[in-house]
Design a protein around this ligand. Structure first.
Ligand code: SAH
Ligand code: ZN
Ligand code: ZN
Ligand code: ZN
Ligand code: ZN
Length: 456
């Protein structure tokens, strides 16, 4: 469970903010350039302690956004005005509308005049060339390149805030085929630019392809390539539409089309993210989709694929108890650890959580997945059905073993420790009297076995 995408996911504080607890979106919260700030409180041993404060919802690194305000702090008029000005000037230079117009001009240009500035990550119009003369740029940007912005743009690499990990072609095609086979006609792509991109390019290439996608992402660079009804600049930690009411309405319309039927949401958030904040935003998107028409009855929950590491299972289930974790291993192009190599395959810890019936999620048999008739779902090849648990219990794809003392299946590398009264790695540090778990503060287990991180 290494790798930077989950530097905190495996064993830090539950929310990845060491010693801090998220209280959430508070009414009247102050705003930073990333929308309303979230309320936090310092915790110690699982107990709230100290003053509450607001911090940026999107950036975990103070270097990216240093917004901070005590909850009960009196902020002077002058500081409020300065903050408003600061937020205003920290918005992108061009609006989405301007970027759409620029794109329309750009595609009129002959190939020889189509430049993309790699430093500014921006399509350039000839009149702008002189301002980028000492920047590296690409020439002859083809229509095909414009249709694959995720390959043109360099992935954001900020490890803490929003590192972008792009799906391999294999994972992306698997998701799309699944969506098509399940009969969906619309995809709300939340932080999944590559999925959005293959849907968009199929739409423009195949006449009989009927699936549409709307991308919601905080990466505003994508507004250079998509119209206002294809992309909304959105923050998934506070459900904030940077484009205001018009953008929110675009999203609402997209979800509400056909009475909210035939739409699925697919999301692949940053793993260091605040699960609770994500869940709260996703519930708001679900509610947007379910808004009943006059006299209508719409109790159907919007189907969702939430792509996240398996060790966040219990966190996700806390907020979405109906969700099930699928065994499919999602992997990434630009993540050395989570690549699905040709040989000596690295196991990716990333899975699909969904509220759809598991038996409907057909996993590729040619990649070793098989159907367990008892569990009524597809499982990975190493995942053996345990007679005692009466379920296929492996979470990580390796074969797990049943511990009669723990009365559950555990990782193959674990042994029962009589001291800790549970299974753990052989060389684990045994429970010391009086010290609670580093993660949740409760006694009886260590962070490696904290139930708030993983059921297992
Ligand atoms: N695997 C996906 C990309 C996942 S990387 C694919 O290939 O399509 C995480 C994505 O979430 C990135 O696109 C990133 O820009 C976006 N993101 C990060 N923080 C976000 C936030 N606060 N709100 C909305 N999107 C965010
Ligand atoms: Zn911010
Ligand atoms: Zn089974
Ligand atoms: Zn078992
Ligand atoms: Zn045990």
């Amino acid at each position: 469970e290494g790798g930077d995408k989950m530097a905190d996911g495996g064993g830090g504080a539950p929310e990845g903010w060491g010693g801090l607890s998220l209280l959430g979106l508070a009414p009247g919260a102050p705003s930073c350039p990333h929308g309303p700030a979230l309320l936090f409180v310092k915790t110690s041993q699982g107990k709230e302690e100290g003053r509450k404060f607001y911090a940026c919802s999107a950036c975990r690194d103070r270097k990216d956004c240093n917004f901070f305000q005590w909850e009960n702090e009196k902020v002077s008029e002058a500081r409020l005005a300065a903050r408003e000005e600061y937020n205003r000037i920290h918005q992108p230079f061009f609006t989405h509308r301007q970027n759409v117009e620029r794109y329309e001009n750009f595609v009129q240009l002959p190939l020889s005049k189509r430049r993309f500035c790699q430093e500014c990550q921006q399509l350039l119009l000839p009149a702008e060339w002189e301002n980028h003369l000492d920047h590296q740029f690409l020439c002859g940007i083809s229509n095909a390149q414009l249709k694959s912005p995720s390959e043109l743009l360099h992935p954001l690499e900020n490890k803490k805030t929003n590192a972008q990990y792009l799906f391999t072609d294999r994972s992306c095609r698997f998701l799309l085929d699944l969506i098509i086979n399940l009969g969906f006609r619309r995809v709300l792509s939340v932080g999944t630019p590559r999925l959005h991109e293959i849907i968009q390019s199929k739409t423009s290439q195949e006449d009989d392809f009927r699936v549409r996608s709307l991308l919601l992402d905080i990466d505003f660079r994508y507004s250079q390539f998509y119209m206002e009804d294809e992309f909304c600049h959105y923050n998934m930690f506070n459900h904030y539409f940077f484009g205001g009411e018009a953008a929110r309405e675009t999203c609402r319309k997209f979800l509400r089309q056909d009475n909210g039927e035939g739409v699925i949401m697919v999301t692949d958030p940053p793993f260091g993210g605040l699960v609770e904040a994500l869940a709260s935003s996703f519930k708001k998107l679900m509610a947007m989709c379910q808004e009943a028409e006059e006299g209508g009855d719409n109790s159907q929950e919007m189907p969702m694929f939430w792509i996240f590491p398996y060790f966040f299972e219990s966190r996700i289930l806390e907020f979405f108890p109906s969700f099930k974790m699928m065994d499919y291993q999602v992997d990434y192009d630009n993540h050395a650890l989570y690549k699905h190599g040709k040989s000596g395959r690295r196991q990716s810890p990333v899975r699909i959580f969904t509220n759809l019936t598991p038996s409907m999620i057909v996993l590729p048999v040619e990649e070793g997945y098989r159907f367990c008739a008892i569990c009524q779902r597809y499982v990975s090849s190493g995942n053996q059905h345990c007679e005692i648990c009466n379920s296929c219990t492996s979470k990580d794809g390796r074969q797990w073993k049943h511990c009669v003392l723990c009365n559950k299946c555990v990782k193959p590398s674990w042994f029962h420790c009589n001291n800790c009264n549970c299974c753990a790695l052989q060389n684990h540090a045994c429970e010391e009297a009086g010290t609670g778990c580093f993660v949740c503060g409760k006694a009886g287990h260590k962070r490696s076995t904290c139930p708030s991180l993983s059921r297992t």
